[in-house]
Structures are given as C-alpha cells and as structure tokens.
Design a protein around this ligand. Structure first.
Ligand SMILES: NC(=O)c1ccc[n+]([C@@H]2O[C@H](COP(=O)([O-])OP(=O)(O)OC[C@H]3O[C@@H](n4cnc5c(N)ncnc54)[C@H](OP(=O)(O)O)[C@@H]3O)[C@@H](O)[C@H]2O)c1
Length: 263
C-alpha cells in the first residue's frame, strides 16, 4: 500500500487527508493519506523514512526546515526557500512548493493585474511574491516589523514596514498574515487599508475558513474578492500529481477533490 501524510504541528484540523483520500479512493488506488503531528523539525525526514512514505505535505511551522533537509529541491521552491510537498524518488526525498502555483491558479479568475501589495512577510508571502514576480507582476511587501523583510530585499522586492509605507495604487491586495484567523483583527491600520482599497481592483485572503475583517472591508469597497480555499485546493491537486509522477490529468484530480472540499 502507498502511504502519504501531512506533517506539521498542529495537523488535527488539516483537510489534506480528506482531499487526497477522496482521489485515492475514486481512482481505486491502493493507498492512504494520514496525519502525522511533528513538533520538532529535525525529525521530519527520519519520520518520512520510518513510515516508508511515498510522499508528504508539510505545513506550519516546518516548510522552511523541510526545504533545508531535502536531498534535492526542484522548481520554484528553490527560489522560495520553503517546500510544502515531499516526494520519494528511490532513496532520495525531493522537495517542491505547490503553494505558489496553487495561489497563481486561484487568481486566474481575476482580470489583468499590473501590481500587487502583499501584507505580511512569512513563508506564504515568500511563495506568493516569488510566483507573481515570475509572471512579471510588480510586488510590494508591507509588514508589521522589519525583521522578516531581508529575504524580500535580497530578491529585489520593494519592502515597507507600517512606519515607512507611503500609499500607492495597487491592483491586487493580498493578506498573508494570520490577522483575522482566530480574532477580528485587520492586517494593518484600517484607515490605511481603506485608502489602499479605494484604488484597488482585487483582494485575496489566504485564510479560508471564515470571512475575515480584511475581506469584509474589501467587499464593502466593491473589490472582487477571494479567500484561500481555491489556493488550498490547487496546491493539493498539484501535490497529488507530484506524488504520482504527473501520471494523472490535473482537471481529473481537481474534479475529484473539489466536492469533498466543499463539504
Ligand atoms: N490557503 C492556503 O492554501 C494557505 C497556504 C499556506 C498558508 N496559509 C495561511 O497563511 C497564513 C500565514 O502563514 P505563514 O506560514 O506565512 O505564517 P508566518 O510565516 O508565521 O508569517 C506570518 C506573517 O503575518 C504577520 N502577522 C501575524 N499576525 C499579525 C497581525 N495580527 N497583524 C499584522 N501582521 C501579522 C507576521 O508579521 P511579523 O513579521 O511582524 O511577525 C508575519 O509577517 C496562515 O493563516 C496560514 O494558515 C494558507
């Protein structure tokens, strides 16, 4: 039997087993996708090998540690410095990042985007900034504190803190902070956010299980809005295909994952 897992801490809430098992079952594959809570990042690869996994997804807080521990990192993950998908190739563990492409797929329903403002400077912001740059979309990063901006500065992004930010016009505003996830906070000052929304077209929040204050405010300003559901779905679709050496059609995987996702 082929075994797959989600690695992270906590993982009890993770929807990944439901997404992947639905496709495994529908395609009548001899496999199973489980949850493995991992507290200490240094045990990631040993756990992968001990469980004799074919593949795994990595979530908070281990994506950057996983990147450092892979035998090889492929694709856009090399630039991002974080992986969310591990695939066994013989005795080697290969790392990929499907969050970035998952995000890009999710914004395909938006129209033309010239530039974007990313709120937050964590791992998710790295993935999103990197893929937008690949598609020649101009990116500015706005973060609460300066400490996490170094990565973005070395990659040539315009970087601002709440203190140094001067308003501008952005087509797309993306919340990658956890503000609004377990509280009713905004990712930055509301007066500032209102000004930014006034000149924007699209708003995207990577949070997917609730309407956040950020998205509610964007809706009030009549922006076209999207939460993180489709990003999560597409990163799962792309990861599943990597687990099976790109053997399946992405549309087929998506059609099998989507109904479970909507439950
Ligand atoms: N939809 C999807 O498929 C998907 C995929 C991946 C992640 N996510 C979600 O993305 C979110 C971020 O994950 P991550 O791994 O990037 O986190 P992370 O690396 O911990 O980064 C969090 C960022 O948010 C900022 N922040 C946190 N609380 C804030 C607040 N109250 N106000 C303003 N800024 C705040 C931090 O600023 P400082 O630097 O100042 O601390 C930091 O820049 C999580 O909610 C996660 O669930 C969704």
């Amino acid at each position: 039997m082929l075994l797959f897992s989600i690695f992270g801490y906590p993982v009890a809430h993770s929807i990944s087993p439901r997404l992947h098992n639905s496709v495994i079952n529908a395609l009548k594959l001899d496999g199973c996708y489980i949850r493995t809570p991992i507290m200490h990042a240094e045990t990631l690869m040993q756990t992968f090998r001990t469980l004799q996994l074919e593949g795994a997804n990595v979530t908070v807080p281990h994506k950057e540690s996983a990147f450092a521990q892979c035998d090889e990192v492929r694709g856009i993950a090399q630039k991002i410095g974080a992986v969310n998908t591990l695939v066994r190739e013989g005795n080697r563990i290969i790392g990929y990042n499907t969050d970035a492409e998952g995000f890009y797929e999710a914004i395909q329903s938006f129209g033309y985007i010239r530039n974007a403002l990313i709120l937050g400077a964590g791992g998710t912001a790295k993935a999103i900034a990197t893929i937008l740059k690949e598609y020649a979309i101009d990116v500015t990063i706005l973060n609460r504190s300066a400490s996490r901006l170094a990565f973005f500065e070395t990659q040539g992004f315009t970087c601002k803190t709440w203190e140094t930010f001067e308003e501008g016009k952005y087509d797309l505003i993306i919340n990658t902070t956890s503000a609004g996830l377990k509280d009713e906070e905004y990712p930055c000052d509301t007066a500032l956010l209102k000004n930014i929304f006034q000149n924007a077209k699209y708003a995207f929040d990577v949070i997917y299980n609730k309407p956040t204050p950020f998205l509610k405010l964007a809706q009030a300003y009549h922006l076209t809005c999207k939460d993180g559901k489709e990003m999560l779905l597409y990163q799962g679709v792309l990861a599943f295909n990597l687990f099976f050496s790109n053997h399946y059609d992405l549309k087929t995987i998506e059609s099998l994952m989507r109904p479970v996702f909507d439950l």
